[in-house]
Ligand binder design. Structure first.
Ligand code: SAH
Ligand code: SF4
Length: 384
């Protein structure tokens, strides 16, 4: 048997449980597992998500002995901010480094009566949509639940808004940053659970939105466990065009996707809800009047509102942003057909803060993505 030196013992990685990402149920399980009372979970959740406290030593209602015990086995560790930039229009963007060196971003977009935080779910993305800079980076890894909810935590902290009781400086969350949230199912569901949890951020389920490019088996599964709002990245009115823009369409075509969205809505207790259909307008590709007419026809009995997103240019893409006139023409066709249609205004342009536009140089790692996509797909089908 090899003799273990002191050095070798010290080199063992200390894996402390990061309490930041635990839902109430998971936190209760944690305390029961270590022989403590379940109600401790509520106290710790409030310290972390209401008061913004990361130092277990400061959690004064836990008692000295319990705090010492926790310090040995647990931690509250938000991801690390690499940079924070403020736009002249009030938009704030963070570049965040996660364990292993990957970078993600989060963006807070304040408006008159709300402030929407755009949150990332993966480092990179395997789905390789042709117009997306995140897709061009390929997939690196899933974010943990702590890294996802940590973006909400960091945003509030950066405004010093925990102590001020201003946690609601973030009124809405959209899972529209880097990554495909449904390919990181469990961690995203846990993080969204914390967004809705009264002992954490207490957001209404209407104010938390998951955006997906259409991972149908995972969406069917989500309908059973979540009531957050749903946005679907359609971007094309027919399969031939969508196959080019959103490759996962070849696996789950439009009809199947819309049916899954419809089931998601039908499963909600609140019967007034609709799906937000996202449509990125790319000049000369999917922004013509005939595309708008086809889209109006396609969605004619689908419970939705439509969000048009003029394409955000980035270096590695030859696509162009449509003119204001082209956007208006497209919008008008849909409005005339009776749809509620919004156009996403560009915010934080000066700091490159558009959702999905990311960090520094983009390296094309799409071959690596191909492997991940296959693995992730097969996992979901087996789980689902
Ligand atoms: N993976 C998820 C969520 C992240 S992307 C999804 O695809 O839905 C968030 C939204 O930004 C999606 O609707 C996506 O299609 C859109 N998007 C990505 N790159 C864009 C770009 N360069 N210009 C405009 N919208 C873009
Ligand atoms: Fe991934 Fe969404 Fe970008 Fe497509 S648009 S590559 S699914 S992040």
């Amino acid at each position: 048997m090899p003799v273990m030196t002191t050095e070798a013992v010290e080199e063992q990685p200390q894996t402390r449980v990061n309490l930041l990402g635990l839902t109430l149920a998971q936190m209760e399980g944690f305390f029961l597992d270590i022989g403590e009372k379940k109600f401790r979970a509520q106290q710790v959740l409030k310290w972390i998500h209401h008061s913004g406290v990361t130092d277990i030593g400061e959690m004064t209602n836990l008692g000295v002995a319990l705090r010492e015990k926790l310090l040995g086995i647990a931690e509250v560790r938000p991801p690390e901010i690499v940079s924070q930039q403020d736009s002249i229009d009030g938009t704030r963007k963070w570049v965040i480094r996660v364990d292993g060196g990957g970078m993600v971003e989060a963006v807070l977009i304040p408006e008159a009566k709300r402030a929407t935080l755009c949150v990332s779910s993966q480092v990179g993305c395997s789905l390789d949509c042709s117009f997306c800079s995140t897709g061009k980076q390929g997939f690196q890894r899933d974010l943990t639940a702590a890294e996802i909810i940590g973006q909400v935590w960091l945003a509030i902290k950066s405004y010093d808004a925990f102590q001020a009781g201003n946690g609601r400086i973030v009124s809405n969350v959209v899972m529209m940053g880097m990554g495909e949230p449904l390919l990181n199912f469990d961690n995203v569901v846990s993080a969204m659970d914390l967004m809705l949890e009264d002992l954490a951020y207490g957001l209404s389920k209407r104010r938390v939105t998951l955006s997906t490019s259409g991972v149908v088996p995972a969406l069917d599964k989500l309908a059973k466990v979540s009531e957050v709002s749903l946005a679907v990245s359609l971007h094309a009115p027919n399969d031939a065009l969508r196959n080019q823009l959103v490759p996962i369409n070849r696996k789950y075509p439009i009809k199947v996707l819309l049916e899954s969205c419809r089931n998601y809505i039908a499963a909600q207790r609140d019967k007034k809800r609709v799906v937000t259909v996202e449509y990125t307008l790319i000049a000369g590709v999917n922004d013509q009047v005939e595309h708008a007419r086809e889209l109006a026809e396609l969605l004619s009995d689908f419970p939705c509102k439509i969000n048009l997103i003029p394409f955000n240019t980035f270096d590695q893409s030859d696509y162009k942003r449509p003119s204001g006139n082209a956007v208006s023409r497209f919008w008008q066709v849909l409005v005339d057909a009776g749809y509620i249609v919004t156009v996403r205004t560009t915010r934080g342009d000066d700091i490159n803060a558009a959702c999905g536009q990311l960090v520094g140089q983009v390296v094309d790692r799409t071959r690596r993505s191909e492997r991940h996509r296959k693995a992730a797909d097969s996992q979901i089908i087996h789980v689902g």
